[in-house]
Write a protein that binds this ligand. Structure first.
Ligand SMILES: Cc1ncc(COP(=O)(O)O)c(C=O)c1O
Length: 381
């Protein structure tokens, strides 16, 4: 019998049955009173969990749309923007900002490391930046940026809006807008929320909302905060059709998060990540990210000599786990393993065991059970 394929890529992540059930419901009119209440509850929950007095926006789209929405509402053509890039998705913000005729400066880190808060402080002191973007976890490197420290720095610069890309972090790495001085948090549904792809989620604090007001009419239409604020404050109003079933799916995801407790969820992600990383190292792999900056949502795993990327991922899929390939210059040299969202111990143990069987099939002896023992020991600590 064929193995079930566990989706262990860094998003979309496995979608639990109760969330799938919401997506499979009969779609109702977006003016349906029950749906309006559900939509209201989702907006309220997002603001409560991620702590902001500002606004929450949920629109049909993906993380990239959320990135665009984040920047478009807080700057205008010709403004200075600082992009902090720890990898592929940081670089995406550079291209996005350049297309909008923003004046972009970039602080880049070597892949596997992160730009420090002090480097950022130095750069921000050089000129007036209207916004700074930081990728919380860059999925290409598995590096987690020190967002809390960066928030402390950015708060010294009154004119600068801090935009955090939480696509691969939100609901797994702590992100509290008001406490961490994050002005805009952009994210998507398909990673640590454990919902299918399809929703762009943006939270904007009071400073960002004020900035949007001061800009007057902006060029962008669908992603304009001002178009959506009336709807997010009263979902019985219409601007563009809400993704009814996806909003229900997010509602169920938020219910699961509240049931677990957001702090417990953060703790669980740390434990799982450290256990998975220890198990992978036990099997002879190296992790790209420096130990002190490793993400909890995924691991970017460097192959040992002699392992072919295509062959490894093909055999691993046959053994029942699907992982993603490396990006940029790491294509062919590493695989990316997601371990975030609503996954339980069965997923973790099955994945490590499938990796062991794969290594064995590729000619590496003496691995069976080693990773599973390390993983289990770490998980029961
Ligand atoms: C950190 C980060 N930002 C942005 C994106 C883009 O999101 P999407 O693919 O949903 O458009 C991704 C996607 O993996 C990501 O990992």
């Amino acid at each position: 019998m064929k193995n079930k394929k566990l989706v262990m890529i860094p998003g979309p992540t496995p979608v639990t049955r109760s969330i799938q059930d919401q997506m499979g419901r009969d779609t109702v009119a977006f003016g349906d009173p029950d749906f309006i209440n559900d939509f209201k509850e989702v907006i309220k929950s997002l603001k409560e969990i991620f702590k902001t007095e500002g606004e929450a926006f949920i629109v049909a789209g993906t993380g990239t749309l959320a990135m665009e929405m984040g920047i478009s509402n807080v700057v205008k053509e010709g403004d200075n923007v600082l992009v902090v890039s720890n990898g592929f998705f940081g670089d995406r913000y550079v291209e996005l900002c350049e297309r909008k005729d923003l004046n972009v400066d970039v602080l880049s880190a070597e892949w596997g490391t992160t730009v420090s808060a002090s480097e950022i402080e130095k750069k921000l002191s050089e000129k007036n930046y209207k916004a700074i973007t930081v990728t919380h976890v860059d999925t290409s490197t598995g590096v987690c940026a020190p967002v809390a420290e960066i928030g402390e720095v950015v708060k010294k610069f009154e004119d600068t809006i801090l935009i955090v890309d939480g696509v691969c972090a939100t609901a797994a790495e702590p992100e509290y807008l008001d406490e961490m001085e994050i002005d805009v948090l952009i994210t998507g549904s398909q990673k640590a929320f454990g919902v299918a792809p399809g929703l762009a989620i943006v939270l904007a604090g009071p400073k960002a909302i004020e900035r949007r007001k001061s800009l007057g009419t902006i060029r962008d239409y669908y992603i304009d905060f001002e178009k959506w604020i009336p709807i997010m404050n009263d979902p019985s109003k219409y601007f563009a059709t809400p993704a009814v079933n996806m909003i229900w799916a997010l509602q169920e995801s938020l219910r699961i998060i509240k049931e677990e407790g957001i702090e417990n969820r953060y703790e669980r992600h740390i434990k799982v990540a450290r256990a998975m990383q220890a198990a992978l190292e036990e099997l002879g792999f190296k992790i790209l990210a420096e130990k002190e900056h490793r993400a909890v949502t995924l691991s970017n795993v460097l192959y040992m000599d002699g392992i072919d990327d295509g062959e490894f991922r093909k055999v691993l899929a046959e053994e029942g786990a699907v992982v993603a390939g490396g990006l940029g210059e790491y294509a062919g040299k590493m695989f990316r393993l997601g371990h975030m969202g609503n996954i339980d111990t069965h997923y973790l143990i099955s994945t490590i065991s499938a990796i062991e069987r794969t290594l064995r099939r590729l000619g590496i002896e003496d691995v069976l059970g080693k990773g599973v023992i390390t993983l289990t020991r770490e998980l029961i600590k």
